[in-house]
Design a protein around this ligand. Structure first.
Ligand code: 5AD
Ligand code: SF4
Length: 480
């Protein structure tokens, strides 16, 4: 079995003396990587600060999946330049996908940048910082080989709140023709199940109640090397963890999400009622050119399977408009598929040609204005569907996992005679992943990590509002 890289030992972590500010772009994988970055910096005496002006180290954890977030890296660096000029001792670094992709070239392009490192190099950060502090601008993007790959073991001490992400695979072995991820993140490597289970147990012991398993394609877990079980086996084992209230996973590839996986939603109650199943296009012709490996009718069968296993399941998806050669008939097919699938949420994007991808060799022939118009039409349709799906929750009692004070209320604590009484509003999520705000129930305390039953009284554009059922008689399972 692989030896995991151990997290810093809390007891030996020094008193914080330095501050780090990490700006995170892109997917949940980057959010997870940012926690690991904070984790490896703790033994060096770093603590996080929300204010870059107070930081000794500012890192941009970047995304290169589309051109827009990639361009944002340069504009953010330009915004940070005055901080660096005012305090030359500040260390400014770029990591994540843009760091991996451009490496040394970024140092050449941005003269005030000190540090670049890649997606496989988070554990090397202490030695990279040491070389920067000794006066050298440093770039390090060496990728670990498949057999050498070691996952950093997650340290629950750096998680903020009752929910946590946990990587189960890194990289991607598929080759969707538009996607830069296999180039940037490399071949797929599966984390040994013993490590996953150990991390989940340690998370739960430290107060985490909901875990999201992460991978570019979670369904192919275990295919790259013998790890003792596939994705379904892993789900079964993780689901059995005592004290874990909710289990989620992203992302499922529709070609690999099979009937056995869908049946898990019927068999494993701890699985949250939510499935992210990226469709990308509703046209078989475009799907083939994207090399997605399924037809629209196969996709819709998967949707049926998921709903048969868990009738109230919420589905979310990703869609790209304006892929090379996408005609208006192809786009109409996408609208039809979206209507048929009735997604709860959609993330939609204009196609953006990426280097090192097969589609970059095709003419990017859908004009920008047409892409924008298709995106608008698609989003307008989805907004209607989302509103209708959310309206079905009105008047229902929903189990909500409390995450913390509502964001706007975090600083507006209730006080009574100078005594702090907690936030004005709490927020949490339904099993179907809808955001719910509710006032503190009279006569009973609520804490992050509790499961409460909320009566939904109002449906807003992006969230729900309600009150905890029956003067606080909602279930609380916050310990374990
Ligand atoms: N252009 C536009 N969208 C893209 N995505 C991935 N690559 C591209 C690209 N080149 C979208 C896909 C994927 C999501 C994470 O980003 O929809 O599922
Ligand atoms: Fe990219 Fe396709 Fe892999 Fe997802 S499955 S990361 S879209 S190549």
């Amino acid at each position: 079995m692989d030896a995991a890289i151990q997290p810093g030992d809390d007891a030996r972590d020094p008193v914080p003396t330095r501050r780090v500010h990490v700006i995170t772009y892109g997917c949940q994988m980057n959010v997870h990587d940012t926690r690991r970055i904070v984790q490896v910096l703790r033994p060096l005496g770093f603590q996080e600060t929300p204010d870059p002006a107070l930081a000794d180290l500012v890192l941009l954890n970047t995304c290169s999946v589309r051109e827009k977030p990639e361009r944002k890296v340069l504009s953010t660096l330009a915004r940070l330049k005055p901080l660096k000029e005012a305090r030359p001792g500040l260390v400014l670094g770029v990591c994540g996908c843009v760091g991996q992709q451009h490496g040394e070239a970024l140092l050449e392009r941005v003269p005030y940048l000190d540090l670049v490192f890649g997606t496989d190099n988070i554990a090397d950060l202490p030695s990279l910082l040491a070389s920067v502090e000794h006066g050298g601008r440093t770039s390090h993007t060496r990728r670990m080989t498949h057999d050498d790959y070691r996952f950093l073991e997650a340290d629950p001490a750096v998680e903020a709140g009752p929910t946590a992400f946990l990587t189960i695979t890194k990289g991607c072995d598929r080759a969707c023709s538009y996607c830069i991820v296999p180039y940037v993140r490399g071949r797929e490597v599966s984390k040994p199940p013993e490590q996953v289970l150990d991390e989940v147990r340690r998370f739960v012991a430290s107060g985490v109640r909901e875990v999201t398993l992460l991978g570019q394609n979670v369904n192919s877990y275990g295919r790259d090397r013998p790890v003792g079980c596939g994705f379904v086996g892993l789900l079964e084992r993780v689901a059995a963890t005592p004290g874990l209230l909710r289990l989620r996973f992203v992302t499922s590839h529709p070609a690999d999400a099979d009937a056995r996986m869908m049946e898990c939603f019927a068999r494993l109650p701890v699985l949250a009622s939510h499935l992210h199943l990226p469709l990308q296009s509703g046209s078989d012709r475009v799907l083939a050119r994207m090399r997605r490996g399924y037809t629209i009718s196969e996709y819709l069968q998967k949707v049926e399977m998921a709903r048969a296993a868990r009738p109230d399941i919420a589905l979310s998806t990703d869609i790209i408009v304006g892929f090379p050669g996408e005609t208006s008939e192809d786009f109409q097919a996408t609208l039809k598929a979206v209507e048929a699938a009735q997604f709860d949420t959609m993330f939609s994007f204009k196609y953006s040609p990426r280097p090192h991808t097969a589609a970059a060799r095709l003419p990017n022939d859908v004009p920008e204005a047409e892409k924008a118009a298709r995106l608008r039409d698609l989003q307008a349709l989805q907004d209607e569907i989302t509103a209708a799906r959310m309206l079905r929750l009105l008047g229902r009692d929903e189990e909500v996992l409390v995450e913390g004070p509502s964001r706007n209320d975090a600083t507006r604590e209730r006080t009574s005679g100078g005594r702090l009484e907690g936030p004005v509003q709490w927020m949490g999520r339904t099993s179907t992943n809808y955001l719910v705000h509710f006032p503190p129930p009279e006569g009973r305390p609520v804490s992050p990590g509790d499961l409460v039953v909320v009566h939904i009284e109002e449906v807003l554009a992006h969230c729900l509002r309600g009150t905890v059922r029956g003067n606080g008689e909602g279930r609380t399972r916050g310990s374990g």
